[in-house]
Design a protein around this ligand. Structure first.
Ligand SMILES: [Zn+2]
Length: 242
């Protein structure tokens, strides 16, 4: 079982790298092409200006000094263009993160139990071991739905890129004298509300449902490990959450 799991994990990580790396490269290449085109166009504009200017000021302007000025102008325009592009990217990121953290989200789930449902509005998707290898349960919900800690504990993992889980959080708990670990995968980028080592209370907001990592639809992938072994998280929630 162990070598097989390692292979699957490697495949998941590989898939993640491909998913992340290809759009990133495409975006960079796209920006480069755009920039190159812009500079070429500016060069054409400057060349046209040069013809007109040299006709009018042939005696006052040496070819050398004019060429230097043109080069400076191109550099200046290039710098301005780059600064404008950076400003556009910053504005885009700010808009995206503002969108992922709506202000009207409850910071604590409404439950009262020692164990809580990690999300409140969902449809049950794949369960434990469905499709051959699936260590948890998929709770289908809209992207942006708040995710809450299933119990009080200490954050063990909180990463924007946690292998195939995408944006992932895992929390260590002691429940009924047992070492319990819960894991939350595919969260929205930039939505994590907890960091490693942080103590959380039951039902505390930890992030928002997304579709990051090895995921094709908005959902929470939820796992439960007790004393190091995977247990059926759906059965565990049904028996304990309230
Ligand atoms: Zn899943």
């Amino acid at each position: 079982m162990k070598p097989l799991r390692s292979l699957v994990v490697l495949a998941m990580v590989g898939g993640l790298v491909a998913t992340v790396a290809i759009p990133a490269f495409a975006a960079t290449a796209g920006a480069g092409v755009e920039e190159a085109r812009t500079i070429q166009q500016m060069a054409v504009d400057d060349a046209q200006t040069f013809v007109a200017a040299s006709d009018a000021n042939a005696t006052q302007l040496s070819r050398g000094s004019y060429a230097a000025t043109t080069a400076e102008e191109i550099e200046k325009k290039k710098a301005e263009e780059a600064a404008a592009e950076r400003a556009r990217q910053v504005a885009k990121l700010a808009a995206a993160s503002a969108k992922s953290l709506p202000v009207n989200i409850a910071l604590t789930s409404p439950g009262t139990g020692e164990v809580r449902w990690p999300i409140l509005n969902f449809t049950k998707g794949r369960g434990l071991w469905d499709s051959g290898y699936h260590q948890g349960v998929d709770l289908l919900s809209s992207c942006g739905t708040p995710i809450y800690a299933a119990a009080a504990g200490v954050v063990k993992v909180s990463q924007e890129s946690y292998g195939g889980y995408g944006v992932g959080v895992s929390i260590d708990h002691v429940i009924g004298g047992q070492q319990v670990n819960t894991l939350y995968g595919h969260m929205t980028y930039g939505s994590r509300q907890v960091s490693v080592g942080q103590s959380v209370s039951a039902g505390q907001l930890i992030g928002l449902v997304g579709s990051t990592g090895s995921s094709t639809a908005c959902h929470l992938h939820f796992e439960v490990h007790i004393n190091g072994s995977v247990v059926d998280p759906w059965a565990w929630l049904q028996a304990n959450a309230g």
